[in-house]
Design a protein around this ligand. Structure first.
Ligand SMILES: [Zn+2]
Length: 296
């Protein structure tokens, strides 16, 4: 018996003027289905097999035009077209032709280009990339270029900006390692008990930061404020923090002071997600004038 699925498959090739054996299609389909492969997947697999046997290039699934920012909120494995500039390229790997970062005015994203991609991208140039696939790598959105992808150089220059999203919520806790900290001068890692995990006991350099948990009522986020935002939010600059620690003979006083200021208060933060960590790019207090509101 010939199924409708087999006829669908034959039709795809008939439309391209390619003859196929319907019984062979049915046999191949049945083999896969009997192995427990879902019909839709079996269909795709048979189409792919015939296409490669007959040496036909089937057009890629139709791709939508999207902004980079939109890719952060659509499910992975979508075929898309993007207008982007290349902001940097990583070292070439054996497994990949190129990898790096591309972006537009709504965000930046990592990309990876497989070995069969027929072109290379150059830093600083702007392109229309067609038929690229969205995905994730270590929880970070990523774009993959494949052999169906196309690149057209654009005359206009695409501006790029890191992706940010806005979250409103209350700070419910401040993590240890916040306030006045010391970093390894070589690798910038935060020292623990005066030692770097890589470089051993070392006289570190002071830095300020806040690592805290923000709760928006539905989810909790680990947010990180670097030195400048920590200083503006708390009014404690690095020199004052060092003086406070010296007076108290204890570095922890700075964190304790910060906890008193921010725990239980509401903020709107603009963040760039890096895996599970939300790097704060701007913060506004939603609870009046206790703390300097600011936006960077
Ligand atoms: Zn180090």
């Amino acid at each position: 018996m010939i199924t409708a699925t087999a006829m669908d498959i034959q039709k795809i090739f008939t439309e391209k003027g390619i003859e196929t054996d319907i019984n062979q299609i049915e046999t191949n389909l049945n083999k896969l289905i009997n192995l427990g492969v879902p019909v839709e997947d079996a269909k795709k697999s048979v189409i792919k097999k015939i296409a490669s046997e007959k040496n036909v290039e089937l057009s890629a699934p139709s791709s939508n035009n999207v902004s980079i920012g939109e890719i952060y909120s659509i499910p992975p494995k979508k075929w898309v077209n993007v207008r982007i500039a290349v902001t940097n390229l990583g070292a070439d790997g054996e497994k990949y032709k190129q990898r790096g970062v591309i972006g537009d005015e709504t965000g930046t994203i990592n990309f990876i280009s497989s070995n069969n991609v027929p072109f290379t991208l150059e830093v600083g140039k702007s392109y229309l990339l067609e038929n690229v696939i969205t995905g994730t790598f270590y929880n970070q959105p990523q774009i993959s270029l494949n052999k169906s992808s196309k690149a057209t150089i654009l005359n206009e220059i695409i501006e790029t900006k890191a992706f940010t999203k806005s979250i409103e919520g209350a700070i419910v806790s401040v993590s240890s390692g916040s306030g006045l900290i010391k970093r390894c001068p070589t690798c910038k890692k935060v020292l623990s008990k005066g030692a770097c995990s890589e470089h051993g006991k070392i006289d570190g350099t002071y830095d300020l930061r806040i690592k805290a948990t923000l709760d928006d009522g539905e989810n909790t986020y680990t947010i990180l404020l670097q030195k400048e935002l920590t200083e503006t939010l708390t009014g404690i600059d690095l020199n004052r923090a060092i003086a406070m620690a010296a007076d108290a003979l204890d570095q922890k006083v700075v964190m304790e002071e910060i906890e008193k200021m921010i725990i239980g208060r509401y903020y709107r933060v603009e963040v760039t997600p890096v895996s599970e960590l939300m790097i704060v790019k701007g913060i506004d207090s939603l609870t009046g004038q206790m703390i300097n509101p600011l936006k960077v």
